[in-house]
Structures are given as C-alpha cells and as structure tokens.
Design a protein around this ligand. Structure first.
Ligand SMILES: NC(=O)c1ccc[n+]([C@@H]2O[C@H](COP(=O)([O-])OP(=O)(O)OC[C@H]3O[C@@H](n4cnc5c(N)ncnc54)[C@H](OP(=O)(O)O)[C@@H]3O)[C@@H](O)[C@H]2O)c1
Length: 233
C-alpha cells in the first residue's frame, strides 16, 4: 500500500487530490490546520485526518510522528498555499506582515514539511514529493505574452511560488533518492485569496497533481509540469 500525505487538504485542490488518491488505492492523510474541517473532509473522502499547520514546527513534527508510528510515508504533496488580498479587495496585500505570512505558508512551509517527512520518505521503496507551484512563479511564463501569468500581477504570491519551484530543483539535486517535481495545476475555482477565485473545477486540476504523485521509479525528478507537459521555469 502507498501512503500519501496531502497538506492543506480540507478544501480546494488539496481535498480533490486526496479524493482521487484514495480512489487510486492510496492510504491518504488529509493534513489540515483546523481539526473540525479536516476531520469532516477526511471522513467524506475515505481518508485519515492529521492536524498539520505548515507554519508551526511542533504541529508538523507531531503530524509526521503520527504518520511514522502508523507505518510510514511514500508520497508527500506540498499543497497548502495562500494568497492575500489588499484591504480594498482589488489587488494583492503588499505590506511586510502579509508578505511574510505568504512566504511562511507557501515556501517555508514546504521546507518544514519536507524536512520532517524526509526520514520517512527515505525508507520508502518509491518516495515521491509533489510541490504545488504556479505559473505565476515561472520566469518563463511571466515573460510569455500568450500566457495568463504574463498579465496577472502577483508580486508576493508569484515570488513565493518561484521559491517553491527553486526548492523543487534544489531538493531534487540534494536528495536524488526521492522524486521531487513541481506542478502548475491550472487556474482553478477555489477559496484561494479569500474565495471566489475563478477557474476550472478542482476535480480537473487535481488530475495533474495526482499524475505526478503516482509516478514510478523511472520518472524524472526536478521538473515543472502542467497539463500539456513540461512548463518552463
Ligand atoms: N486556485 C488556483 O488557481 C491555483 C493555481 C495555481 C496554484 N495553486 C496552488 O494550489 C494550492 C491549493 O490552493 P487552492 O487553490 O486549493 O486554495 P484553497 O481552496 O484556499 O486551499 C488552500 C489550502 O491550504 C490550507 N492552508 C492555508 N494555510 C495553511 C497552513 N498554515 N497550514 C496548513 N494548511 C494551510 C487551507 O486551509 P484552511 O482552509 O484552513 O485555510 C486550504 O486547505 C496552493 O498551493 C495554491 O497556491 C492554486
């Protein structure tokens, strides 16, 4: 059996990814910072719940200790992510505390969870990490006029996702035993940024996350993927 942890899995893309991985036969841990909402989501999709706030070292360590005691971990999906809107709701919050909060969840959170998960992953026969990044963090896509990312200002969020992409490359180089890949899930209707995020249904976007969470030992590592194949960094 393959055991998978999805962070931020009580709603949106994370919940849909968890649902599809349960359907694919994985034992799935729904990581969520809110016990009630996490438990409800896990029950709904036939997964297990683990309380996990990616900004809190103690919470991350106790979540991974629980998973280790229950048998270990094969796949980690670093999905938890936030964007912060400005008070007038028209743009992005660009004050220091908001920027720090976004980097704490989106980038430092990936380091916290990955570091705590690595000892478990290194005991797996096929260890895999998927980092949910964004085309808004791609230097290529933000320079490509045909891509939406070139026209949508996301100063803090985009920079935090560029960090997620570089974390993917750095970890892939540093830990060759584990497949690390970044995924752009596509523009998706979720609660990101406080709700009413436009886009396609999470059921569709989660498929690319699931595809890269279920790769075999011959898969590449250190790549950036979207629906149609590799995405430029
Ligand atoms: N939607 C898009 O168009 C899009 C495009 C590209 C990439 N992404 C990325 O996809 C991922 C999922 O986002 P989404 O669109 O599904 O948004 P969402 O519906 O807002 O879901 C985000 C999830 O992250 C969780 N989260 C936030 N802070 C957390 C923390 N400190 N610890 C643990 N979990 C935390 C949220 O939990 P709460 O419910 O408790 O807040 C929620 O479960 C993010 O990394 C996002 O950047 C989204």
């Amino acid at each position: 059996m393959t055991t998978t942890l999805v962070t931020g899995a009580n709603t949106g893309l994370g919940k849909e990814t968890a649902r599809q991985l349960v359907a694919a036969g994985h034992i799935v841990y729904v990581g969520a910072r809110d016990r009630e909402r996490g438990q409800a989501a896990a029950e709904e999709i036939g997964a297990r719940f683990v309380r996990l706030d990616v900004t809190d070292d103690a919470s991350v360590h106790s979540a991974l200790a629980l998973i280790e005691a229950a048998g270990g971990l094969d796949v980690l999906v670093n999905n938890a992510g936030i964007a912060k809107r400005s008070p007038d709701g028209r743009g992005e919050a660009l004050d220091g505390p908001s920027a720090l909060a976004v980097f704490d969840v989106n980038a430092v959170g990936v380091i916290r969870v990955t570091e705590a998960a690595l000892p478990l992953l290194l005991r797996s026969a096929n260890p895999v990490v998927v980092n949910v990044s964004s085309a808004l963090g791609s230097f290529w896509a933000t320079h490509e006029p045909a891509r939406p990312a070139a026209h949508y200002p996301a100063i803090v969020y985009g920079a935090s996702k560029a960090a997620v992409s570089m974390l993917t490359v750095q970890y892939a180089n540093a830990v060759p035993e584990v497949k690390f890949n970044a995924v752009e899930p596509g523009i998706t209707a979720t609660n990101l940024g406080g709700g009413n995020h436009p886009g396609r249904p999470a059921e569709i976007s989660a498929r690319i996350v699931v595809r890269w969470a279920t790769v075999g030992k011959d898969a590449p590592s250190g790549t950036f993927q979207e629906d149609d194949g590799e995405l430029g960094w």
